[in-house]
Design a binder for this molecule. Structure first.
Ligand code: SAH
Length: 209
């Protein structure tokens, strides 16, 4: 899969490609879907959420331009798969999930795989994680209606925020926002489709209890 669907579609970051070859995606999908784990598709997980498509995980990780010592925040742990990829490429990763059950499941799998520099936090990631800020990169894996100000505030100088942004229910545009001192420089990386980012600086809770 790494060769056909990831390198074959233009991902050049060697550390990301190595991570995609190393992390066993089948550990992050529900038992009944294990045989689909190496297809390049999103899959349903608990709480009505999804594990992202591998190509998109690789695209976001390479867009974040990670170095081996980087401190990274991921918003939207879900299965924990994306956090595992970030953890293989960067120095230390904090990943935040609003559903406690998903966070606990991800923490177990990441622990079993020995990824002890990935820390799973339960909470509202639209507020970031001030205790560990500033971050060299922030990767948001849910669709935001607008860019949460708290995340921009927790970005180090030179840091990159990779985030799907859009008001339309059917999709978002993937943005990379780089901090250069007081300036923010934005690149548009194409159309993507994520579940909604729900929280104080995200969407209202509408479809869940
Ligand atoms: N990176 C994940 C993809 C998860 S889908 C993976 O590799 O499996 C997006 C996740 O974002 C969902 O689990 C959803 O519950 C979570 N989410 C949505 N809004 C959030 C918020 N404000 N804070 C933290 N997590 C949030």
């Amino acid at each position: 899969m790494a060769r056909r669907d990831i390198a074959g579609r233009g991902i050049r970051d060697e550390a990301v490609l190595r991570a995609m070859r190393t992390v066993p995606r089948e550990r992050f999908v529900p038992d009944e879907m294990v045989e689909l784990a190496y297809e390049d598709h999103p899959l349903p997980i608990a709480e009505g959420q999804t594990i992202s498509q591998p190509y998109i995980v690789a695209l976001m990780a390479s867009a974040a331009e990670l170095g081996p010592g980087d401190r990274v925040l991921e918003v939207g742990t879900g299965s924990g798969y994306g956090a595992a990829i970030l953890g293989c490429v960067a120095g230390e990763v904090w990943t935040i999930e609003r559903h406690e059950q998903l966070a606990l499941g991800a923490r177990n799998v990441l622990g079993d795989l020995g990824l002890d520099r990935v820390h799973v936090v339960v909470g509202d990631g639209t507020l970031g994680h001030a205790e560990a800020a500033p971050f060299d990169a922030i990767v948001v894996t849910a669709g935001a209606p607008t860019v949460p100000a708290a995340l921009l505030g927790q970005l180090a100088d030179g840091g990159r925020l990779v985030i799907p942004v859009g008001q339309a229910p059917w999709g978002q545009e993937l943005l990379r926002i780089r901090r250069r001192g007081d300036r923010l420089v934005e690149d548009r990386l194409g159309g993507v489709r994520f579940v909604p980012l729900i929280g104080a600086q995200g969407s209202d809770v509408d479809d869940e209890s």
